[in-house]
Design a protein around this ligand. Structure first.
Ligand code: B12
Ligand code: SF4
Ligand code: SF4
Length: 309
């Protein structure tokens, strides 16, 4: 198979509008394999029973229709500059990643453009994109491609851009030369995220019990939640909001440049109007947003949980 240089890939990724981009080989390092296996063995995946399936893809890149050699890891910032001014009028909380257009769609569109450029140059090569859609450990691949370190809050953090970014991966059987530059862990003695997490989901540095996480409880768990969601209607940003690397990124105005991730017009409504949204309006809203993971019933459960707090 062709061996090509990484420069072309990375320049094109930047032109398309990715904020972060890197390349790594299609291999999961042994320590990470062990951590993933241990996470599964300890059943830390909450109600996400789909997680342990297809470990052969996650750990060994098998059954993909081809054997990938290189992986492009791409990131897009999603925190809009006006999130705070829009959202501070509400008592409920709504995570930044879901207030705009569905990131799966946005990153897929961008990735398609990139694949097309490479496909034209390398017609024999194979490509496959994942945005959450493939069972691949995107943060680990992001760290391996030099995009940042996995913090104690278990998010991938870039030293200048913080952690409010989405990830997508493009697998290819092209062998792309790249220089490995790993960003060292910069959490140091900080424990802000662990101290701030209200549910104890980050039960040890770098380890999350997904079943305790508010993000899991407001989105993944389809049952009504009996414990508090601490005012969160959808997702949770606490362990990222308190992170000094995000505070620094925000001071440096590392906001999203994507119109797609700007605050949805729905947030121009009053708190009560949002909490009482009729089903058809909710469905209209969720159609093009990351909110489409939940039903109207689940949204109402989250509203009830909030009202009872
Ligand atoms: C499952 C999942 C969740 C679960 C579990 C979260 C988690 N931290 O893994 C839940 C539902 C809780 C969740 C929540 C959120 N998610 Co999510 N999620 C995923 C998903 C689909 C898989 C991640 C995964 O494999 N986790 C399993 C653990 C084992 O893998 P890992 O964290 O990489 O593990 C490393 C370390 O954390 C450590 N470790 C962790 N647990 C343990 C346990 C043991 C015993 C050991 C030894 C080690 C260990 O070891 C590993 C490295 O060696 C990815 C998409 C993807 N395909 O990768 C998105 C993804 C991680 N999520 C994302 C986002 C945006 C979120 C939220 C911010 C959304 C929100 N606002 O509510 C929150 C953040 C909560 C948090 N603190 O992580 C982004 C993160 C981007 C970034 N910059 O990091 C991703 C990459 C989606 C995307 N395509 O952009 N998510
Ligand atoms: S997202 Fe919220 S509940 Fe989940 S680990 Fe972070 S602070 Fe804890
Ligand atoms: S809050 Fe502190 S410990 Fe947590 S991820 Fe950020 S730097 Fe690391």
């Amino acid at each position: 198979m062709n061996e090509i240089s990484s420069d072309f890939f990375l320049i094109e990724a930047e032109k398309i509008g990715f904020d972060l981009y890197g390349i790594t080989e299609a291999v999961i390092p042994p320590d990470d394999r062990k951590n993933i296996e241990s996470w599964v063995d300890q059943k830390l995946f909450g109600v996400m029973n789909w997680y342990p399936d297809r470990q052969e893809i996650r750990l060994d890149f098998k059954n993909l229709g081809f054997t990938p050699k290189s992986i492009l890891v791409l990131g897009v910032l999603y925190n809009p500059f006006n999130y705070k001014s829009y959202m501070e009028k509400f008592n409920f909380k709504f995570s930044k990643y879901a207030i705009g257009e569905d990131y799966h769609k946005v990153l897929r569109r961008m990735g398609k453009k990139l694949i097309q450029i490479f496909q034209d140059k390398h017609p024999q090569a194979k490509f496959r994109q994942g945005v959450d859609s493939l069972p691949l450990p995107e943060k680990i691949l992001g760290r391996e491609s030099g995009l940042g370190w996995i913090g104690k809050n278990t998010c991938l953090i870039h030293p200048q851009k913080g952690s409010f970014f989405f990830l997508s991966v493009i697998l290819t059987d092209l062998e792309i030369h790249h220089t490995k530059e790993i960003t060292p862990d910069r959490c140091g003695t900080c424990n802000e995220c662990i101290d701030a997490c209200p549910t104890g989901a980050i039960f040890e540095p770098y380890k999350i019990n997904a079943g305790l996480c508010i993000s899991h409880n407001t989105i993944e768990n389809k049952e009504p939640i009996k414990s508090s969601n601490y005012h969160w209607l959808y997702g949770c940003d606490i362990c990222q909001d308190v992170c000094p690397w995000n505070e620094k990124a925000i001071r440096k105005e590392m906001f999203t440049g994507k119109e797609e991730f700007s605050v949805s017009k729905i947030f121009e409504k009053s708190e009560e109007e949002i909490l009482n949204l009729p089903e058809f309006e909710f469905n209209e809203w969720k159609k093009n947003t990351a909110l489409n993971r939940i039903s109207y019933e689940k949204f109402q459960d989250n509203v009830n949980n909030y009202r009872n707090e």
